[in-house]
Design a binder for this molecule. Sequence first.
Ligand code: NAP
Length: 358
Amino acid sequence: MAARLLPKTFRRLMVTRLSPNFREAVEMQTAPMEEPGPSEVLVKTRYVGINASDINHSTGRYNPTQKPPFGAGLEGIGEIVGIGKDVKSLRVGQGVMYMKFGAFSEYSVLPATHAMPVPDIRPEFLSLLVSGMTADLSLREVGRMKEGETVLITAAAGGTGQFAVQLAKLAGCHVIGTCSTQSKVEFLKSIGCDRPVNYTQEKLADVLRKEYPKGIDVVYETVGGEMFETCVKALANRGRLIVIGYISGYQSDVGFNPSGFGSTLAPRLLQKSASVCGFLMFHYADKYGESLTRLGTLMASGALKVQVDNGKNHTKRQLKGLEEIFDGVDYLYSRKSEGKIYIDLSPSPHPAATAAKL
Ligand code: NAP
């Protein structure tokens, strides 16, 4: 195995108890340095992405049969520092990003086929993974949005919402985006959102009824509960609502807010030939390559702007090191973040680190 000088141990965040309270579920542990197998790589993490679903993972909702301890975190980007003997397409020193349950770790071993090369180790590239691909693939495959349609994005100024807004604009749609602060309204305007709605100032249902009497063609719905109901009611004939998530319920024990529609959902949809369809990105793994190519090309051309947030509205301002991932998750749920939250692991000192060649 080709390798750099590495510490003998590294730290990682492990789910040790199933809970939607990330601080209660997760603890820092030290582990012996791992060695990549013949077709694996060892990556030194530089940045990790924070996702609303970090607490779905820490609750075991993705895999109810999995028992703790297991690794926390969904995605990271960093430098290859060790490489298995059969890996010919990658090299030590190369920047790669990856999706992996257990990404909140100073070092990660992963199959070489899961390591996606990047031109630079920047959080903007990391944002293309869970957040960017979810917007791209769901609007395309499930929303089937077309030029001239009206598209509503909820949590529009968030990690994935910012991508949905811009991709819908690039597709020639009229875009409405919901958010909860004036600063987010300004951000949404800056990325082309036609009608930002600060729902703490205006009632979304009233705005939609008055300004969009024909209804909404495509909804990118991430909030759930009352927001979901408002959006279903606002669908146009043949409208499509994509259930991307229901963040308003994630912190509860059941993980969702019961729908107030009950048995009336079917007639509501039938009366408009409308549809409600779920989307979970893992089910579209066969399309990751084409999606990343599309997003990367748009980003490189400047057509797609990626807003990243390292804690600018958090009291700590900059979130660094594995220990501040806890703050990052709280920050996401505080609703104060704008764009994709990331944590910089590079300055995280490891007291037990002793250079040793594997
Ligand atoms: P995010 O949008 O960066 O942050 C969450 C935002 O949600 C907040 O800033 C807040 O914005 C809004 N929000 C509304 N009601 C909330 C509540 N009750 N509690 C907390 N936040 C609330 O987070 P993200 O990681 O990109 O995820 C957004 C949604 O997309 C989540 O539902 C997530 O599960 C989903 N998602 C799904 C997939 C998939 O494969 N299906 C993949 C990625 C993300 P405002 O205050 O401005 O409304």
